[in-house]
Design a protein. Structure first.
Length: 398
């Protein structure tokens, strides 16, 4: 059997890894990954390091050494662009005109960064960051224009981008967030206030509820203007407003798509010979666009490709554990937006320290731990499990 995987990000490589772990014989399972970029699988969440003043090359960000692929008989074609899928012939047509046949196909196409439809959005100096070359362009821009930078979007990548721009030497860095608070998917309002204070201590300005009107400039970007008239000067702008699943290839092939490529419990699309995983996939009406989902989908997808339907995918509890602008943050489940009827327990134990626990229907349905990696490790495995008031109150103890 020949399986082709389009995409060598976390979703594609995780499926390849799971497939080979279950079927080690390359003679009966031919496995090939097609990568649009010219780099081996690397950590996208570390891309801000590229413009943070260090020497974060694509090789240093790589998660596996080149020998890892050869040892597992996983072939990877870099710089390989797929132009079309011929489902009738089970064939891929590459941009070069070459054709590749498959028995099973996995779409791990990822997602594209959102760029707002506003005046000046494509001025030189206005960047989105999704791939390594994007980050390299931000670094060059910041080096040439170090006076001020604006980051549009106060999510995880946006805040990391702000911190690394500052570390690189940009004199004034401002984060603009449209939502009423930073990290609206990971933090509640009190937690966001703690993080904002920590960012101020670092010298990073934040503006919540910021509604963009335009990117201003002549030959290149010079400022970002808000609807209320406020104007923030910027020699460089990083737009970090989320992502959209890449569905163009799937739609052109006639596969069912909503926001993402629609998949079932075994990550199969409307064509049973084609699966989809990660940021490009939509399961039960949701396309998360987060790494834990890609990791959770890999094993069920690989098992089903090899005929094992004993472990269907049932969804993912959102979880993030990252250092955000130098502050440890872990967010699990529904703590940022508790469900109706939930009881929330909160505590702020000092500068940069905050915890919140969500109790709902006898379960710990969510948790936020800001400023303590050790506490977050203890809590992570408890989310989703049974809990009562006494148990949750015990978690707030130092």
């Amino acid at each position: 059997m020949k399986i082709l995987i389009i995409g060598n990000g976390v979703a594609g490589i995780s499926v390849a890894k799971e497939l080979r772990a279950r079927h080690a014989d390359p003679a009966s399972l031919d496995l090939e990954v097609l990568a649009r970029e010219s780099y081996d699988y690397y950590s996208r969440i570390r891309l801000p390091e590229v413009f943070g003043g260090g020497e974060a090359s694509a090789e240093l960000l790589a998660l596996f050494k080149p020998g890892w692929y050869a040892e597992r008989s996983i072939r990877v074609r870099l710089g390989c662009d797929v132009a079309a899928i011929d489902r009738a012939r089970r064939t891929l047509i590459l941009s070069t005109g070459e054709e590749l046949g498959y028995d099973r196909l996995v779409l791990a196409l990822g997602a594209d960064p959102v760029r707002p439809a506003l005046p000046g959005a494509y001025l030189p100096g206005v960047h989105t960051v999704r791939e390594y070359d994007d980050a390299s362009r931000v670094r060059a821009s910041a080096e040439a224009h170090p006076e001020a930078a604006v980051v549009v979007g106060g999510g995880l990548l946006g805040l990391e981008a702000a911190r690394h721009l500052q570390q690189f030497g940009v004199k004034a860095v401002t984060v603009l967030e449209a939502a009423p608070r930073l990290l609206p998917r990971q933090l509640d309002a009190p937690g966001a206030a703690v993080l904002e204070a920590a960012l101020r201590e670092l010298g990073i300005a934040t503006v919540a509820g910021a509604r963009l009107a335009a990117f201003e400039g002549a030959a290149r970007v010079e400022a970002v203007r808000l609807e209320d008239g406020r104007r923030f000067e910027a020699g460089s702008v990083v737009v970090s407003m989320g992502v959209r699943p890449r569905t163009g290839l799937a739609k052109a092939a006639g596969l069912a798509c909503g926001r993402g490529i629609v998949v079932d419990r075994f990550l199969r699309t409307s064509d049973p010979a084609i699966s989809a995983v990660g940021d490009c996939a939509e399961f039960e009406g949701v396309s998360w666009g987060i790494i834990p989902v890609a990791l959770d989908e890999a094993a069920p997808c690989a098992a089903a490709l090899l005929g094992d339907e004993s472990r269907p995918y049932s969804g993912t509890i959102p979880k993030n554990s990252l250092k955000v602008a130098g502050v440890e943050l872990s967010s699990f489940g529904a703590a940022a937006e508790p469900p109706a009827g939930a009881e929330v327990f909160r505590a702020a134990s000092g500068p940069g320290r905050y915890e919140a626990y969500c109790l709902h229907e006898g379960r710990l349905s969510g948790a936020i731990v800001l400023g303590s990696k050790e506490k977050a490790r203890r809590v992570q495995g408890l989310v989703g499990g049974p809990a009562d008031r006494a148990f949750v109150e015990s978690l707030l103890a130092p």
